[in-house]
Design a protein around this ligand. Structure first.
Ligand code: APR
Length: 395
């Protein structure tokens, strides 16, 4: 049976960054991924990197293409009642910048660099299962090319996302599950059109939120608020452009470019956290342990932050026989996870149209307006937004 120190389930941002950082520490690991390389390198997801995510990737020599092709951002635009309000977050938060770089590009870089440094990664690992995670010698089993495979590990990292198997391997009743479905959903659109803006736009509108995100010079990402049960079939391309143009419209006549829709889907919104993020020798990281509403684009950055804490903690345990950081892994991450959950939830309720069935809706709309007006009028409020949006240090 093959042996390693850390068996990593999932080759998303959490699993791949963890693998690289463990290797930097001289800790052996193997990554198992159920999908093919081509699939994971093309899967469109997030794309906004916090200052500290970029700093970590830079520091570890993983950011060459990101630096060459990513777009540096220093501010974001919020639109309300047809007015534009820029939040210069770099100026407000110590010169910290963000980078727009598509998640699938980052995943492709991390995979390429991992294989180039001789890292082990099994794609198309079917039916991965976890065994003995509450004992001294956990084991991963899977099928590959019709053959049964087994891997003896000292530790297992569950980096297989919300729908993965790792979290399910924890016995019932051990994890405290916090889950809240938000009464909003997004129609996500990827279009082959040059962006109509240099900075990300979040627009509050009476017909619902609209977002103009960026991906590259030729491809743009848009989001439109809808209801959780709304089928994508109800969003023909023509309606999408019409809604985007109306909801993003400004008094100064800003124009939206239109182009061919490459992809569109409806995603629901929820806050999800499991506590603790560890059981025995299994450690959960990224979406396997928590999901944040996509509003603040925090999911990817949280996954990378977990991977960093876990890599350092595993290295302390394996290389220096110091168990303390690993014992504190969950508490360390959850402090940041709840900070980000709170900010993402607050921002979601701030810029979305409130659902018709919400009790005291009119009063809550007034409160929402008051919050927005305060945000645009107060440098202190903007600075608080900036530090949370960019990624608050110390959490
Ligand atoms: N066996 C092996 N691999 C699995 C299994 C399984 N049973 N289930 C899922 N996986 C793989 C998925 O195919 C995916 O490549 O685990 C990986 C999990 O990656 P992500 O879902 O990207 O999760 P994570 O690394 O935590 O990154 C979170 O990614 O999805 C975005 O919005 C999310 O930005 C957030 C970030």
């Amino acid at each position: 049976m093959a042996r390693t120190c850390v068996g990593i389930v999932g080759a998303g941002p959490a699993g791949l960054v963890l693998a690289h950082l463990l290797a930097d520490h001289g800790v052996e690991c193997v990554v198992l991924e159920q999908k093919s390389r081509a699939y994971v390198e093309k899967r469109v997801r997030a794309g906004l990197l916090e200052h500290r995510t970029v700093a970590l990737l830079d520091e570890r020599g993983l950011a060459e293409r990101l630096r060459a092709e990513g777009q540096v951002h220093r501010g974001v635009e919020l639109r309300f009642a047809g007015e534009r309000h820029r939040i210069p977050y770099t100026e407000l938060y110590g010169g910290r910048e963000m980078v727009v770089y598509a998640q699938q590009e980052l995943v492709a870089d991390l995979i390429g660099l991992w294989l180039a440094r001789g890292g082990e990664l099994a794609f198309e690992a079917e039916d991965v299962s976890l065994h003995g995670i509450d004992g001294e010698r956990p084991e991963l089993r899977w099928r590959a090319a019709g053959r049964d495979e087994r891997l003896a590990c000292e530790f297992v990292a569950g980096c297989d996302g919300y729908h993965g198997v790792s979290r399910g391997a924890v016995p019932d009743g051990v994890l405290r599950v916090h889950e809240l479905a938000l009464p909003f959903a997004w129609v996500g659109v990827l279009a082959a059109v040059a962006p109509s803006t240099e900075e990300i736009i979040y627009a509050h509108h009476a017909d619902g939120f609209a977002g103009h995100m960026l991906r590259s010079a030729a491809v743009s990402r848009f989001y439109l608020q809808t209801t959780p049960d709304d089928p994508i079939e109800r969003w023909p391309d023509g309606r999408i452009w019409e809604e985007l143009a109306r909801r993003l419209a400004t008094r100064d006549g800003w124009k939206l470019r239109e182009g061919p829709v490459l992809e569109k889907n409806v995603t629901d919104m929820r806050s999800f956290v499991v506590e603790p993020m560890q059981f025995g020798r299994l450690f959960l990281a990224g979406d396997a342990a928590h999901i944040v509403p996509p509003t603040g684009a925090k999911g990817l950055n949280l996954a990378v932050a977990d991977a960093r804490v876990l890599a350092d903690a595993l290295a302390a345990r394996v290389r220096r026989n110091d168990p303390a950081p690993l014992e504190a892994y969950s508490a360390t991450c959850l402090r940041r996870v709840w900070r980000v959950q709170e900010f993402s939830s607050w921002m979601t309720w701030l810029i979305h149209r409130l659902p018709a069935e919400l009790p005291d809706r009119e009063l809550r709309e007034r409160l929402q307006r008051a919050q927005l007006e305060y945000l645009f009028a107060s440098r202190a409020a903007m600075a608080s937004f900036a530090e949370n949006y960019v990624g608050i240090e110390g959490f």
